[in-house]
Design a protein around this ligand. Structure first.
Ligand code: ADP
Ligand code: ZN
Length: 433
């Protein structure tokens, strides 16, 4: 189902024209109301009048998370403080938290973006949506809540945590959809099974919209199996809108970007130049419908590939592939670039291993050493030493051949790695401690 076909399925030409108009307005708005943007543009020798065509966006300077930190809390507001009705903040995965102010109109825009995502995952007024993202400054909880409300579904605002109670409510209220991080969804699914509940019989879940952290196709298969659902990816970040910037359609072949609200660019992180279609790069976003705290050419540090080929669902918006990682998350181990998602794909695909893992990097005798801790699947026969040895070797061999580095693989007992209720922590880099 398509929530707003007239906006999601516009011709590319119409969309470009709309984006260009909105870009011009946003640049003018920022220049007139926010000192930092005015100074940056003056320094770069570009004025709002220079933005005439879509491609003129490349004349504009980039912004960074550091700018939000510097201007914390209200320095980037483009409206008087009293026009702001909501503050959201980043979860602080990478350093000091930042906050973003929303006007009433900005909250509406954001809700619409999430509603499109929920609708694509099959949500209707009939649905009962359990929101198990954290509520609070983090955009996940309220974002999913607003999107489901916009559709007219019934929301169970559980927030994250209280896992057993969460499952009890899911069962007794008959939740049909679930929204949370993929790592928490796995945990919920496993706990439900341990409580003796059978998805499809005791639980009525049919689909889920999961995001806020990178996950892999292998993880999707696991999640769909453990919860007996159809799992959809959703992407967003606080600085732009929170979840709903992009979302999967039933084709599950990349996430459609809400291009009437944001402009997406994919750049070479070193040169800042646009990557050719199909080449991975860093995502850069410009909001074109926000008033409270718009962002111009905001560098996300998220790496992925864009796809502008037509989608069978009928939406005409560009799709972003899965985020392979953040440039800040990328581990450089003995000179080799390693993303945790590469290791996840391997682990989740190996029989006998579970999707719970932790990567530890250390420097031993001035050489980087990677230890991959992974829980054995609960049903793995632990009596046979040889089978443990085999499992360890299989994982190590695959890491060597796919990632190109030697890793020490440590199999640990089921449930010995801490479960995540929000964004999972997958890496401990002791070199930085
Ligand atoms: P923080 O930077 O503190 O984690 P946010 O809560 O705003 O702040 O999280 C936004 C980031 O989360 C994105 O920049 C991206 O790295 C990650 N993210 C969000 N959704 C997804 C997704 N579907 N897949 C991969 N990564 C995601
Ligand atoms: Zn599609």
């Amino acid at each position: 189902m398509i929530y707003q076909p007239e906006l999601e399925c516009m011709s590319r030409d119409e969309l470009r024209a709309l984006q260009t108009e909105r870009l011009k307005e946003t640049v003018r708005w920022e220049y007139d109301h926010v000192a930092l943007y005015r100074e940056r543009m003056d320094e770069a020798g570009v004025s709002p009048e220079d933005i005439k065509t879509f491609d003129d966006i490349t004349k504009l300077p980039f912004t960074e998370k550091e700018d939000l930190r510097k201007e914390f809390p209200f320095g980037l507001l483009a409206v008087p403080r009293e026009e702001i009705v909501r503050i959201q903040g980043s979860s602080g995965t990478t350093g000091h938290p930042i906050v973003v102010g929303y006007t009433e109109g900005d909250v509406d825009v954001w809700s619409e973006m999430v509603a499109r995502a929920m609708c694509a995952a099959g949500a209707t007024k009939e649905d009962i949506v359990q929101v198990a993202y954290g509520y609070g400054l983090f955009t996940g909880g309220l974002g999913a809540h607003q999107g489901a409300t916009e559709i007219g579904a019934m929301v169970i605002p559980m927030s994250s945590g209280n896992t057993q109670r969460q499952i009890m409510m899911m069962r007794e209220l008959g939740a049909t959809m679930l929204c949370c991080t993929p790592s928490y969804a796995i945990y919920l699914g496993e706990t439900a099974r341990e409580m003796g509940l059978v998805p499809g019989v005791d639980l009525k879940l049919k689909s889920g919209v999961f995001g806020a952290e990178p996950w892999t196709e292998e993880m999707r298969a696991k999640l769909e199996d453990v919860l007996g659902i159809d799992a959809y990816d959703i992407y967003g970040l606080t600085e732009i809108a929170g979840p709903g910037v992009a979302f999967e359609c039933p084709e599950k072949h990349g996430m459609h970007v809400n291009e009437d609200h944001v402009i997406i660019e994919c750049i070479d992180p070193v040169t800042g130049k646009h990557q050719p279609a199909g080449t991975p790069g860093e995502l850069v976003f410009t909001t074109i419908t926000k008033k409270g705290q718009p962002a111009i050419r905001y560098r996300t540090h998220d790496i992925c590939t864009l796809d502008d080929s037509p989608c069978a669902c009928g939406r005409t918006t560009v799709r972003m592939g899965r985020i392979t990682g953040r440039t800040d998350d990328m581990l450089v181990i003995r000179g080799v670039n390693v993303f945790p998602s590469q290791i996840e794909s391997i682990l989740v695909g190996v029989k006998g291993a579970s999707p719970h893992y932790l990567l530890e990097v250390d420097r031993i005798n001035s050489t980087d050493a990677l230890t991959v801790k992974v829980e054995m699947a609960p049903d793995m026969a632990v009596d046979a030493i040889s089978s443990i040895e085999n499992l360890r070797n299989t994982i190590a061999d695959q890491i060597k051949s796919v990632v190109g580095i030697k890793a020490k693989v440590q199999l640990v007992a089921p449930k010995s790695i801490a479960r995540s209720e929000g964004k999972a922590k997958r890496v401990i880099d002791k070199r930085k401690l």
